[in-house]
Design a binder for this molecule. Sequence first.
Ligand code: KIV
Length: 287
Amino acid sequence: MSVHSTESGEASSRRSDSRAADRRPVTIHDLRAAKDRGERFVMLTAYDHGSAALLDELGVPVILVGDSLGMVVLGYDSTVPVTLDEMLHHTRAVARGAPHSLVVGDLPFGTYQDGPSQALASATRMMKEADANAVKIEGGGPMVAVTEHLVRAGIPVMGHLGLTPQSVHQFGGFKVQGRGRDAAEQLIEDAQALAGAGAFCLVLEAVPSELGERVTQAVDVPTIGIGAGPGTDGQVLVWHDLLGLSTGRLPRFVKQYADLRADIAGAVKAFQTEVADGEYPGPEHAY
Ligand code: KIV
């Protein structure tokens, strides 16, 4: 069985003209049902229309327009400099390409930490201007009240605990979180509080596998792990990492399922050589 339903759903305002007739859009309730059935699912990041359209066509249930955008697309050193306008620009493109997948827009650093009102203003822009189906925010503690406020306003919220990259400077680097008894208990408490506040799903990043599993059992909403071991309900990877497009040292949790940098390099070199040799364009490419 799959997270996607083939039942025809009610009309929605989003991208209805480009939908396949036999697929209805994935909702937050489908993810909860998948957890209840014990069915694991994936989420992938995307930042542009073409990648999103491919993921949608492949039946990937959740697409995250992550603020990893800043590092893998925009060339920043961390996610901290990413602006809301940059996120809106890319989320809009993804949403246009993905009529069936659940599109989650990350709220970037500085656009929700000031509290519920600031968060609602930012999340409203994400839903109205970028056509996202949900937003993601990082952290526990004060984010519980923020989550409650957004959910009360009708905005689905995905939480994010563990290594929350927007706090990289607070952590002193990209380090595994939730190690040790107190830190683990705190993380479980945060997860339960976010779920209690109405978060429909929780991302768990870079925590020990045992903790990933404990959190997953402690909450009734689905968990999606990235470096949180095999015991979470879903797994997420960044598009560039999955496809072998990333450069530099990769975190231990990354598995590269393709080597597209090598494929692209081969194609570019072949093009250069054929042009230099006068082989391309051939008669079949000319008018
Ligand atoms: O920004 C992002 O891509 C993320 C995922 C790695 C979960 O937050």
